[in-house]
Each structure stands twice: as structure tokens, then as C-alpha cells.
Design a protein around this ligand. Structure first.
Ligand code: AQP
Length: 329
């Protein structure tokens, strides 16, 4: 069985962007592939985090994965916390020593996040190497992701190829799995940008933990344009196209069907329609989330995931360690 791997940073409460680009894909593919779904807490600290909030976000993220349809009882589902497996950091260091600095500083995400904070850390630079280690340790063939992380998966592919050429076949070459709709859910207030959980403006993002009224308000105040015509055009009408995308993903229709439904109305009708399909799904996730938290299963799931992921990662790390000449033979 091929392996699929993904992780969602516990750097805040998850958004509907994280759902569309990450969790929903895991739920769709979970019976087809052996799945490694981890909480990248080590990635989260590439920007400052409050330690108490980080602990809570880790548990909440796992409960939310399950609430959104990930089945922790499937025999080939492994859910774990990145920092509970020391091989990620070990392999990351080796990969860092095989990555030209310029390959890291030209990454879009690095440029965007470093521009926000002049005193950025070295962790922000080497983030893609840690992500490559996350993937390559498990021979993951498929990496579900939104468009924002595609460049990082490409770096992991290049590193794997470079490594295999230099040291012999060692890593599976990973491929990004990008959804055809919903790969870039946009910021509701600045539709040129993608929606992000660590946004400074809470009106920009719909969080999976948001209350029904708040979600409605955010959708109704989403920025559109002055043209007044409901049409799908990502470049010239990013705000309206984003609303059509949300209607399509949450209403389970194609973009063309969404356009057909709203083309004779105004933006107000489109926004109301989006609220009607988004809210019931999020409310259902929240009900299930509360059940998961109450059931107390999260710790058991994470214990099993920690043990299994350590076993698999140890085997791969041993191969790499020997190949690069570390320690004793
Ligand atoms: N707006 C988005 N549209 C579609 N997919 C998205 N993803 C993130 N934002 C969108 C996908 O969600 C998964 C988890 O991403 P992450 O949390 O590890 O990091 P990120 O991509 O940096 O997400 P955020 O929300 O923007 O986090 P912060 O604000 O902390 O940087 C990935 O599959 C990602 O593609």
C-alpha cells in the first residue's frame, strides 16, 4: 500500500483553508493509502508561540482532524506529534547540510513570513528541510497540500533525488496531491492573499471553531469587487471566485453549477448561499469535536501513533546515518 503523509501546524485554530487543502483530502484518501497524519509542533515555533496555547492547540488539532472525518480506528491511520519523534530533527539536520542556502531563501513562504518580521529566526529559513525530513522518513509517496506548500514538496523531491544519486536508492520521491477545487482559499478581507490561521485580522479567516453567527458575519462582510457580476475569474475577481469556491467545496457542486445558481443575483445572494452550505458543516464538525474531546481518545491515538512512527522512522534514519558515514558501522 502506498503511503500518504500530511501535517497541519498547531500555530492557531484551524481554518476552512486548512480543511480544504489538508484535512478533507486525508479523509477522502484514508482508505486508499497508509496515512501518516502528524501535528507539526516543531514547525509552529518557527514563529513565536505561547507555550500554553501551543500545548492546547496540539490536542485541539488532533480532535479537529477526527471531527472532520479522519478515522483514527483505521488500521493504516497513524496520528502523531512531530516533536515526540526525534528522528525528524536528526534527518532535518542532515538534509540542511545538503541544501544550498539560496534554495531556502527563495521559497515564497519564507519571503512572505520573513517580510513580516525583520528579526526572523534561522528556523524559518530551514523550515522546508524539516518538512522534507517529515516526508522522506516515511517513504511517503503522496503529500496532500494546498498550493502554498507545493514549492516545499518540490524541494523535498529535489533533495530525495539528489540524495539517491549521491548515496544510492534511499528515499521514495514524493508527489504533492493538490485538490482541483479549494487549493487556495483566499483571505476574506484581502482576497489577493491566501487565508491563514495566524492572520492579524480575525475577519480574514473562518476558523473551524467559530460560532455560527460569527461565520455568517464574516461571510457577509467578505470583500468582493465593484463589478456586481457573479462570475468565476481568479485573476480579476478573486473575492467573488473565492466565495464560489467555498460554495462549491461545502455545497458539493462544481464551480460551473455554483456560477449557474447565482449568476442572475447579486453578491448578497451569493454570500447568503455560501453561509447556508458552510455553517451546517462547521457546526457538525464542532459537535463531533466536542464528542471527541469528551471521549478522551486523543491521548491513546497519539500514543499509538508515536510508537509506530518512531519504529518506521528509526529504520529509515539508520539507513541514512550509515550512508552519510555517521558514527560506527
Ligand atoms: N488558504 C488555504 N487554502 C487551501 N489550503 C491551505 N492550507 C493552508 N492554508 C490554506 C493547507 O493546510 C495544510 C496545513 O498547513 P499548515 O497549517 O501546516 O501551514 P500553512 O500552509 O502555513 O497554513 P496557515 O493556515 O497559513 O498557517 P500559518 O498561518 O501558521 O502559516 C497544508 O496542506 C496547506 O497547504
Amino acid at each position: 500500500m502506498d503511503r500518504l503523509l500530511t501535517g497541519l501546524q498547531p500555530s492557531g485554530s484551524l481554518t476552512i483553508g486548512n480543511y480544504c487543502g489538508g484535512i478533507s483530502q486525508v479523509a477522502n484518501y484514508q482508505k486508499k493509502y497508509e496515512t501518516f497524519l502528524f501535528v507539526p509542533d516543531m514547525h509552529a515555533i518557527t514563529v513565536p508561540q505561547d507555550p500554553d496555547a501551543l500545548h492546547k492547540n496540539i490536542i485541539n488539532a488532533v480532535a479537529m482532524y477526527i471531527a472532520c472525518g479522519v478515522d483514527p480506528n483505521l488500521p493504516d491511520m497513524h496520528i502523531y506529534i512531530q516533536s515526540e519523534n526525534l528522528y525528524h530533527a536528526n534527518l532535518s539536520w542532515i538534509l540542511e547540510c545538503h541544501t544550498p542556502h539560496g534554495d531556502l531563501t527563495r521559497m515564497h513562504q519564507f519571503k512572505m513570513k520573513s517580510a513580516k518580521n525583520e528579526a526572523f529566526t534561522e528556523g524559518l529559513v530551514t523550515y522546508p528541510d524539516l518538512m522534507a525530513a517529515d516526508i522522506l522518513l516515511y517513504d511517503a509517496k503522496y503529500v496532500p497540500t494546498g498550493i502554498d506548500q507545493k514549492q516545499h514538496v518540490e524541494l523535498a523531491r529535489n533533495l530525495a533525488e539528489r540524495f539517491n544519486n549521491r548515496y544510492g536508492e534511499m528515499f521514495v520521491i514524493p508527489e504533492p496531491l493538490i485538490p482541483t477545487i479549494g487549493a487556495k482559499i483566499r483571505d476574506l478581507q484581502n482576497p489577493e492573499a491566501k487565508m491563514s490561521k495566524s492572520t492579524d485580522n480575525p475577519k480574514s479567516a473562518i476558523f473551524l471553531a467559530d460560532d455560527e453567527k460569527v461565520i455568517r458575519k464574516k461571510i457577509m462582510s467578505a470583500v468582493t469587487d465593484s463589478d456586481g457580476k457573479v462570475a468565476y475569474d481568479e485573476e480579476n475577481k478573486p473575492g467573488v471566485s473565492n466565495l464560489l469556491t467555498l460554495y462549491s467545496v461545502f455545497g458539493e457542486v462544481t464551480i460551473d453549477e455554483a456560477v449557474d445558481k447565482f449568476k442572475d443575483g447579486g453578491y448578497g445572494d451569493l454570500k447568503k448561499g455560501v453561509a447556508e452550505v458552510v455553517i451546517p458543516k462547521i457546526v457538525a464538525f464542532q459537535d463531533k469535536y466536542n464528542e471527541v474531546i469528551k471521549s478522551g481518545i486523543v491521548d491513546d491515538v497519539l500514543d499509538a501513533g508515536r510508537d509506530y512512527s518512531n519504529k518506521i522512522a528509526a529504520e529509515k534514519y539508520e539507513m541514512v546515518r550509515k550512508a552519510v558515514g555517521f558514527g560506527r558501522i
